[in-house]
Write a protein that binds this ligand. Structure first.
Ligand SMILES: Cc1cc2nc3c(=O)[nH]c(=O)nc-3n(C[C@H](O)[C@H](O)[C@H](O)COP(=O)(O)OP(=O)(O)OC[C@H]3O[C@@H](n4cnc5c(N)ncnc54)[C@H](O)[C@@H]3O)c2cc1C
Length: 478
């Protein structure tokens, strides 16, 4: 039987700015204790699990849908991200490789439409996620980054689609609020949200539709027979269908180990600095990325803060993500230095929050969906690769379709049970990725200050296997 409601001790784990603001400290979700049964059990209470649950209940209200979450819903990447809601247009070349031209364009269009669907869902369920369609600036902040977007823009043009707008260098410097930005393009469909308000709002919406949620209930074992059984420290949930929506933790499952690498992304944020943002001119709500392999991504918030992040620093052995995946003082100090370099006019602005979180990197940078080990009753979705806030809505639709046996839409696409490639197994990839990453970091540190990187660092950086270090194609991953 479920245990009664409980309060979350916020001191248990380091939290992001977003969760600190959005999580009230208590939850209606019990701990799983004893036995229970569900028609559909979803493991993971992030955006992907919540959208899947919500879409299932909207379409089949009589389905008994249960979410099992090891922490609180939103305790993972969904409560820690940059809040960039991006389309897949920057990934068009990869999508074409995976799915062919026609389907790739349809997937990119659907990912753009997902941004509108999120806005509409927020209105329908009264979620004040601070949705703001400020667009995305894809920029160069060093000489070597110039024109990183050109291949994608030209590909789009050759296929008759035009998601990107060229802006003059002066306009880029003006809109970013910093002359360090040399040039760039603008993608107007992109939005920002407050990640914490979105994820906790989705929890409430799901509960209103009758989704049952267990928090602080880690799945410690999955019995893959039929019916499947999810075991937690205090209970067991039997389910006709299981959906795994566990993000980078998928790297710990034997069937997915070669498909997912768990890496960290790190963020810092300032106090509200509304006057300073007006002084520098960054007032349009644009989200911004530079074009490093270890990408910098930054945005303003409704209360006038800057949230600034950097991707791809920590690499886990399998799914063993230690405390450094929640917070890492030395990486936070480096991210702060990078913020100061990109915004020299804000050198005196303090940093009030820093945090880290897990990224589920896939070989292609595009998520994969399917049946775990070919089992029809166990589904998974993972591999958003640092671009999951918008695409997890589309991913939720794919998983809901798969649960309901509807394969007319993208549940029949190349993203499902496809051939996304493989990473080497651990420990080879763990060691290799560390070596390559140190080369990438050294090369980009030199380039950032206008120095020639060492030949050794450049050679190491060239070894970056596709997908292992984020933003291989400079395509908006965080
Ligand atoms: C610092 C950071 C910045 C990012 N910035 C952006 C951005 O600006 N834009 C963007 O599009 N994407 C961004 N991302 C990626 C984005 O946050 C994710 O792709 C998105 O939230 C996907 O959500 P999810 O549901 O797959 O994962 P999660 O939110 O991580 O949900 C998975 C859940 O599964 C739970 N879980 C795991 N194992 C178990 C288990 N055994 N039992 C029970 N529960 C389990 C976890 O606790 C977690 O809550 C960022 C990620 C990070 C970490």
């Amino acid at each position: 039987m479920p245990e009664p409601c409980h309060d979350l001790d916020m001191s248990e784990q380091h939290r992001s700015l977003w969760l600190e603001q959005a999580y009230t400290g208590s939850t209606d979700a019990p701990v799983l204790s004893g036995g229970d049964h569900a028609d559909v059990a979803i493991v993971g209470g992030g955006y992907l699990g919540l959208w899947t649950a919500l879409l299932l209940k909207e379409r089949e209200p009589s389905l008994d849908v249960v979410i099992i979450e090891k922490d609180v819903c939103g305790g993972g990447a969904s409560g820690r991200n940059g809040g960039f809601v991006l389309s897949w247009w920057p990934k068009l070349a990869t999508l074409i490789k995976l799915a062919g031209e026609r389907e790739a364009i349809e997937l990119a269009q659907a990912s753009e439409h997902a941004i509108t669907e999120i806005e509409e869902a927020c209105q329908r369920y009264h979620i004040d996620a601070q949705f703001k369609r400020g667009g995305w600036l894809w920029t160069a902040a060093t000489e070597v980054q110039r024109g990183a977007w050109k291949p994608v823009v030209e590909l789009c043009e050759s296929l008759g689609v035009a998601p990107f707008t060229n802006l003059s260098p002066e306009e880029i410097a003006r809109r970013t609020g910093s002359p360090v930005h040399l040039e760039g393009v603008f993608e107007a469909s992109a939005a920002t949200v407050h990640p914490g308000y979105l994820v906790r709002g989705l929890v409430r919406a799901a509960q209103q539709l009758g989704v049952r949620i267990y928090e602080h209930s880690p799945m410690i074992e999955l019995d893959r027979r039929r019916p499947a059984v999810i075991r937690t420290p205090n209970g067991a949930l039997t389910a006709d269908v299981v959906v795994l929506a566990v993000n980078a933790h998928a790297a710990g499952m034997r069937e997915l180990h070669r498909k997912i690498v768990a890496i960290s992304s790190d963020m810092v944020s300032t106090p509200p600095i509304v006057d300073r943002l007006e002084e520098i001119g960054w007032t349009g709500g644009e989200s911004i990325s530079d074009s490093q392999l270890q990408v910098h991504y930054y945005r303003t918030t409704e209360d006038g803060r800057i949230a600034f992040g950097k991707g791809g620093w920590g690499i886990a052995l399998g799914a063993r993500m230690g405390a450094s995946f929640d917070r890492d003082a030395s990486r936070a100090a480096d991210v702060t230095l990078d913020f100061r370099r990109l915004y020299p006019a804000l050198a005196d602005v303090p940093i009030t929050h820093d945090w880290s979180g897990p990224i589920d990197r896939s070989p292609s940078g595009i998520p994969l969906f399917g049946n775990l080990g070919g089992r029809p009753h166990i589904l998974y979705g993972a591999g958003f690769s640092g671009n999951g806030v918008g695409p997890s809505r589309l991913g939720g639709r794919i998983l809901a379709d798969l649960v309901l046996g509807e394969t007319d839409g993208f549940a029949g696409s190349a993203l499902v049970n496809g051939k996304p490639g493989s990473f080497p197994p651990d420990p080879i990839r763990y060691v290799g990725a560390h070596v390559v990453r140190s080369g990438v970091a050294s090369k980009e540190r030199a380039e950032a200050v206008g120095k020639e990187p060492s030949r050794f660092a450049t050679a190491l950086a060239r070894l970056a296997p596709a997908g292992m270090i984020p933003k291989k194609d400079a395509d908006g991953d965080h």
